[in-house]
Design a protein around this ligand. Sequence first.
Ligand SMILES: *[C@@H]1O[C@H](CO)[C@@H](O)[C@H](O)[C@H]1NC(C)=O
Ligand SMILES: *[C@@H]1O[C@H](CO)[C@@H](O)[C@H](O)[C@H]1NC(C)=O
Ligand SMILES: *[C@@H]1O[C@H](CO)[C@@H](O)[C@H](O)[C@H]1NC(C)=O
Ligand SMILES: *[C@@H]1O[C@H](CO)[C@@H](O)[C@H](O)[C@H]1NC(C)=O
Length: 473
Amino acid sequence: MLKKIYFVLLVPTILLIIFYHQNKVPKKSNPDSKKSLNIGNVPEIYLSDAKITKSINHSCANFPQLSDLHFNNNYWQLQQTTFGDFYLFGAYLDQRHDPVVRILALYEEYQPQNTYFCQLWYDNSPRPLIVESDVPYWLFRHNWGADNKAYKHPYLITCPVDLIKGQKPSSVSLVEKPCDNASNNLRIFESFSKRRKNFLVCVKGLFYPFEDKTHRLVEWIELLGLLGVEKIHFFELNVHPNTKKLLSYYENHGRIEVTPLSVAGSVSNNPQAVERFLREKYTERRLQEVIPYNDCLYRHLHEFKYVVLLDTDEVIIPAENTWLELIETLQDILPNSSSYMARNVYFWDNPSHQHEWFEGIPRHMHMLQHVFRARKHTKPMYFVKGFHDTRLVIALHNHFPFLCYKKCDFTEIDLGLAHLQHYRADCAYGVKNCGVMKSESAMDTRVWNFKHELVKRVEKTLADLNLTLKMEV
Ligand SMILES: *[C@@H]1O[C@H](CO)[C@@H](O)[C@H](O)[C@H]1NC(C)=O
Ligand SMILES: *[C@@H]1O[C@H](CO)[C@@H](O)[C@H](O)[C@H]1NC(C)=O
Ligand SMILES: *[C@@H]1O[C@H](CO)[C@@H](O)[C@H](O)[C@H]1NC(C)=O
Ligand SMILES: *[C@@H]1O[C@H](CO)[C@@H](O)[C@H](O)[C@H]1NC(C)=O
């Protein structure tokens, strides 16, 4: 009898201890364990265990719990509507004029004509503020091969915001009808800065899982630093382990930010599958790419004067000096242009006439070693990249602004001042007279203006990371 009672007491006690340890121990040893959930676009309020009850009334606009949220590939929040699903990526407070919340999303509806509702959640209020959005702004153009209802299309959705007694909403749920119970809740990013810095560079989803491109990347990052770039914001789909090491190094030094990214939709996250998607579903890839570009703009809206969207094989090189002198010159010539765009010129990966390596430059330094370019630039306004004024632009495409407060008046940068050096094996798809460009080349060494310091910085970074190559010069 005594044994039985003993047993009856012992078992639950052991279970309790196990339960206690399972729940307690990981939390103690790793206070950040919940943050490593890695779903960056949910509000911080979910880090607390408490159930959050907010609503208009019990049958209208209930605050979604973390377990009520629907996700796709980790970073996209899903919201059903009668026209299809929203794939929501981010929300941002924009206080440049009357305060608004901007939401970036893919949507299964092609060019929706109707408005939606923002349920704005305030930390100190038990009720949401429900406001009507504008008609979603399509972040694409006709005749670009995407006028197709089968695709998920990118949109910018804007809702006016009331700052209740100066208080800002901390998150927002986008829904079709005001009282809907949302399956999404986006934390509202707000870009703070005491002093406006000059240049931010944004890079769409990095995807180099198989090939080690680390040495190319370190040269590019350090060159941008020398040109005057104060931050680079990368989106990361999947990269080689050495590149991962490099990115965390720069992240720890506060020089870059990295946001993890996935392809929205039903494609597997397996790198082979993603590789195929990016190669074969060219239009869908381009439709999705505008989301990180605009996310980058809005995350840093009030922090930088100019945002520049570049790929890692491109760099704007002024004829002299750095970006700062360049932009001052441009502002003198044509003040307050929404964008200043640099013309594109190809620097070929392996020009047939270049037989030797340049001495005193490590061979892995691709840009310093490749100074032969096509004599001719690509046509004006084609394949350009440039500086977008963050006071003026509302929505960006990688080659020009879509939408600005005034008319978007973008200026082409005179070739005597700067151009966009584009390091490739071949022309981009659709470039006419590529043959001529490849046959007529010119030596252009302006990147050597930065040679001495660039070599020093790259070698230091590689040494810090134990990535120095042995067979070098
Ligand atoms: C809840 O609020 C909605 C919107 O204000 C209203 O239409 C509805 O009648 C309310 N329901 C109850 C049960 O109070
Ligand atoms: C929201 O959820 C509540 C509680 O589960 C439910 O009573 C209500 O009908 C739902 N509202 C809508 C519009 O679906
Ligand atoms: C440029 O914009 C600034 C800020 O809005 C304004 O103060 C300045 O007068 C403008 N300059 C010109 C030449 O329009
Ligand atoms: C580089 O190697 C040294 C010596 O082996 C080691 O102490 C250091 O932690 C390594 N650094 C990195 C970033 O791997």
